[in-house]
Design a protein around this ligand. Structure first.
Ligand code: SF4
Length: 352
């Protein structure tokens, strides 16, 4: 690795099969530094919102989605959403709005277009990081437009970047088991490819810790690395551990991933994804103590202040939903690193 050689499939598998966790951490931290990483750890002030939880897809790992008829189903209009976001803005500052939703069959493309327009008009200085590749694809089925036409239109109305959700695990075997209603992975890649070519940066993820094998995890990372070689538009990679609560997997006795597995996943992400600059330790899912350790396993970003988060909490995440800037700063310092507040595009806003 020090010779700059790219890790191949077999290397990736050997890493995941290794039990020498500390050596893996050291290797991942070294990889981060060799590629120009410093002691800086980034975070962003962001607000998470979900405009609708109505979804037609029915992924087996999802505890968030509802059908239109269920009592907890909701869909906010653009006006209601803007009102809510402006109310939040009075309480906390944020530079990024992170929005993902269910794929509601009861809306049309104008719903999304008008939402972006209204958000951008109300918050022109806030970066709109909205809609997974699956949602963008959903908009094409609602409207008959192409991915490019949908993305162009949203970009021209103020969309800044795409979050990385909907990737799950790309292997078809896994997708058939956990998300049979979801589009083919080629579509996920086509949306991101198109976004990158239109100058819209995106993020990428893996949802691990359910039915996938180590081979399938490595395959997932290699596919992302190849895409990044082609278009270079991924800003960051976020490994997301599966939370079984309130899903069919809980009834089958599934448990959370272990801390060791989470750290291993971060380390291999840093080692394999040699062309994606930022690896996030998503504290909302792993909790702050483990996220602090993660900073020594290849992570250089702790996501954000996340004022509200519903998706992982619907599936049993027990972390706080808001982390104040001072607490994040304290936590990064305690881990021996320099806290740097960033905007979505990794421009430095403030350092401590
Ligand atoms: S994960 Fe997303 S697409 Fe799947 S059921 Fe939940 S909201 Fe719908």
């Amino acid at each position: 690795m020090e010779a700059g050689e790219r890790m191949d499939f077999e290397d990736g598998l050997a890493i995941l099969e290794s039990d020498d966790l500390l050596a893996l951490g050291e290797l991942a931290d070294l990889a981060r530094r060799v590629r120009g990483g410093t002691d800086e750890v980034y975070f962003v002030q962001n607000l998470y919102v979900n405009q609708t939880n109505v979804c037609r897809v029915k992924c087996k790992f999802c505890a968030f989605a509802a059908t239109q008829r269920q009592p907890h189903a909701y869909t906010f209009t653009a006006e209601e959403l803007v009102e809510d976001v402006l109310r939040q803005r009075e309480v906390t500052g944020f530079t990024e709005l992170h929005m993902v939703n269910g794929e509601s069959p009861h809306v049309d493309f104008a719903f999304y277009r008008d939402t972006i327009t209204a958000l951008h008009e109300a918050l022109p200085d806030v970066h709109l990081k909205c809609y997974t590749a699956s949602e963008i694809h959903h908009m094409t089925t609602l409207s008959g437009l192409t991915h490019e036409e949908v993305l162009r239109e949203l970009r021209d109305r103020g969309l800044g970047s795409l979050p990385g959700g909907g990737a799950e695990v790309f292997a078809e075997r896994v997708r058939r088991l956990v998300a049979p209603g979801k589009e083919h992975p080629d579509i996920w890649f086509h949306v991101h490819d198109t976004a990158h070519r239109l100058g819209i940066p995106t993020h990428c993820t893996i949802l691990y810790g359910h039915v996938e094998t180590y081979e399938e995890r490595v395959d997932h990372l290699i596919r992302l690395r190849e895409q990044q070689d082609r278009t270079g538009g991924f800003l960051a990679f976020i490994p997301l551990a599966f939370h079984p609560e309130n899903t069919v997997f809980e009834r089958r006795g599934w448990r959370h991933t272990t801390g060791a597995d989470d750290l291993k996943m971060l380390a291999i992400s840093r080692l394999m994804l040699d062309n994606i600059p930022n690896i996030k330790a998503y504290w909302i899912m792993m909790g702050m103590p483990l996220a602090a350790v993660a900073l020594h396993f290849g992570a250089n970003d702790v996501q954000g202040t996340v004022v509200r988060e519903e998706i992982f909490h619907a599936a049993g995440a027990r972390t706080e939903t808001e982390q104040k800037v001072e607490e994040l700063v304290h936590f990064v310092r305690e881990a021996g690193r320099i806290p740097v507040q960033r905007d979505t595009l990794y421009n430095e806003l403030r350092r401590w």
